[in-house]
Design a protein around this ligand. Structure first.
Ligand SMILES: Cc1cc2nc3c(=O)[nH]c(=O)nc-3n(C[C@H](O)[C@H](O)[C@H](O)COP(=O)(O)O)c2cc1C
Length: 323
């Protein structure tokens, strides 16, 4: 067996989550090792100017590769070797006994982001398990329980997002709001994954097409309002907090942690609905940091988490189809 066996596992590895479902990772098979890098065409320079979500997504992909390979009997290890210039986060190579993980390829396959209604948030035991996962890497998982504050911050963050033409244009390139979109089954965000009815998806499509003309007339506020109130859909808002002084390589490591927290939720019958806009806008990020008494730069990811009431659509992938 050699490292090229990893190619066979690609459809499972590609189930890793990424912001806007851009699937930025690239594997380059060299003799004994696989170079894990990324394609800048799949980065989000407007929505993610610091590259935080890019690095979290790459870390989530690395962790997914390790879990899938371990479960299917391919003993590999990951060697971090971050180099922004070479667009590399590290290497995967054969190494016995291989990676150990409580998670399985079936869980990788079954997990999905869920933007619908939750009947309940995680119980104390699950929250403690999430915090323990983050704690192993020097981080923590915190709960934000001030519902009024969260509602205010989300309104501000959504308005901030839709007020920026570059962010909206970039989002538009990754939305797949009609099944006729040529990349509907490859990548990006479908209306079904966003829990939009066909009518809502068509409305959003029309509004975004009219954005340049309607922006001065208040469209950003309208779009922010139309984004709805995810907090009214139940669940608990949690924040993944990293240690102080994280560099880019540490953020990739926390992508691995993020993946483990999502699989911990999935194993407990729960799911995550990320709300990254809360930490993308500097004002809401600062306010969230202040309420948690944590330096804003330590906030890595925010999500509403809970027990889904119903099923949700499966997101597309470039490798392995939509399943
Ligand atoms: C770092 C990161 C940030 C994300 N931020 C958001 C977000 O702000 N809002 C959202 O609805 N989904 C967000 N997502 C979820 C992705 O859109 C989702 O993972 C992707 O569409 C693939 O779908 P899946 O998770 O169901 O496989 C984020 C995912 C990652 C990894």
């Amino acid at each position: 067996m050699d490292i090229s066996a990893l190619r066979v596992l690609a459809p499972l590895c590609w189930r890793a989550p990424s912001a806007h479902n851009t699937q930025p990772w690239r594997l380059d098979h060299r003799d004994e090792e696989v170079h894990v890098g990324w394609d800048p065409a799949d980065a989000l320079p407007a929505a993610d100017p610091t590259g935080r979500d890019l690095r979290l997504s790459l870390g989530a992909f690395v962790e997914t590769c390790l879990i899938v390979a371990a479960d299917l009997g391919l003993p590999i290890e990951y060697v971090p070797d971050h180099c922004a210039q070479d667009r590399r986060v590290g290497w995967l190579r054969l190494s016995r006994p291989g990676y150990r993980s409580p998670f399985t390829a079936a869980q990788v396959q079954g997990r999905r982001t869920h933007r619908g209604r939750f009947s309940a948030g995680p119980d104390a035991g699950t929250l403690a398990a999430l915090d323990a996962v983050a704690g192993q890497a020097g981080g923590e998982v915190r709960v934000v329980s001030d519902a009024d504050l969260l509602t205010r911050l989300l309104t501000t963050a959504d308005r901030h997002l839709y007020a920026d033409p570059a962010v909206v244009a970039e989002l538009r390139t990754w939305l797949r709001l009609t099944p006729r979109h040529p990349r509907y089954r490859a990548d990006g965000l479908t209306g079904r994954c966003l829990e939009l009815s066909p009518g809502e998806a068509a409305g959003l499509r029309a509004a975004l097409a009219a954005y340049p003309v309607l922006r001065p007339l208040g469209l950003p506020r309208l779009l922010a309002t139309a984004a709805g109130h995810p907090l009214a859909l139940g669940g608990t808002v949690i924040v993944l907090v990293g240690p102080t002084g994280m560099d880019d390589a540490a953020q990739v490591e926390f992508g691995r942690v993020l993946m483990r927290t999502w699989l911990t939720l999935h194993a407990a019958g729960l799911a995550a609905h990320p709300l990254s806009q809360l930490i993308d806008a500097s004002a809401t990020r600062a306010a969230l940091g202040a309420t948690l008494d944590v330096a804003p730069e330590r906030l890595l990811h925010v999500a509403r988490v809970g027990r889904p009431v119903g099923p949700t659509a499966r997101s597309a992938r470039r490798v392995g189809g939509t399943g």
